[in-house]
Design a protein around this ligand. Structure first.
Ligand SMILES: C[S@@+](CC[C@H](N)C(=O)[O-])C[C@H]1O[C@@H](n2cnc3c(N)ncnc32)[C@H](O)[C@@H]1O
Length: 212
């Protein structure tokens, strides 16, 4: 029987395995994502993720891009498809999600992608032995871990961004988007040269934070 308190951030979700295929058209291209019970939004692509993907910006020249908390990989796979000159990193704590991510890279990117690297672990830990800074970091954050954890992460992000690198993320208005915006302006303005909400749709706000 499925345990109700299991959630998608678990390293090994203890729920019965069922595999799904999620077809979704993003930025005028059709993707087929394999998903599995025990991971975030396995029945269909989360609306926040969809709005985010359709309005995220990608550096023109490409570079090092990171999908942090990748789930089954939708954000990172679209980044790799649209910017084949980039190196795209995808990180998550949930091993089932990463299994899907690897399948989805194989299925959706084939020879189109440049360098795509999938890593298991918490936030930046899997990068501790790699001397890497990113041109852009993308995220639909796991707010079920608590807002405090996400705000602490916002403080750490600039040390993983290049100068003028961007941290882009999506927050549901009802999950405290306005609070987060005010917190960032009041507390982190010395870490970012620009903090803005670039787009609002269907109750989701897209944020862009530019590092100093
Ligand atoms: C809201 S979901 C978004 C998933 C995916 N990016 C999407 O948009 O469909 C947040 C993701 O963060 C992952 N996550 C939670 N805590 C994490 C951590 N400490 N480090 C890395 N990923 C984490 C969860 O497993 C989950 O896949």
């Amino acid at each position: 029987m499925e345990r109700k308190n299991q959630h998608y951030s678990s390293q090994f979700p203890d729920v019965r395995v069922k595999v799904f295929t999620v077809p979704v058209s993003l930025c005028r291209h059709l993707y087929l994502f394999k998903t599995i019970t025990g991971i975030f939004s396995y029945k269909k692509l989360d609306l926040g993720t969809k709005v985010f993907i359709e309005h995220m910006t990608i550096p023109k020249k490409g570079g090092n891009l990171l999908d942090l908390g990748c789930g089954y990989g939708a954000i990172g796979i679209v980044l790799a498809y649209l910017s084949p000159q980039s190196s795209v990193y995808l990180i998550d704590t949930n091993k089932r999600a990463l299994w899907c991510t690897k399948e989805n890279i194989r299925y959706n990117l084939s020879e189109r992608s440049g360098k795509v690297i999938v890593l298991h672990g918490s936030y930046f830990k899997p990068l501790h032995d790699k001397n890497i800074k990113f041109d852009a970091i993308y995220m639909n954050p796991p707010l079920r871990n608590g807002r405090k954890e996400f705000l602490a992460l916002c403080k750490d992000i600039p040390s993983f961004l290049k100068r003028n690198g961007q941290f882009q993320f999506v927050i549901k208005k009802k999950m405290g988007a306005n609070y987060i915006y005010n917190y960032l302006i009041q507390n982190l303005s010395d870490l970012y040269e620009n903090i803005s909400v670039t787009f609002k749709r269907s109750g989701y706000w897209i944020f862009s934070l530019v590092s100093i």
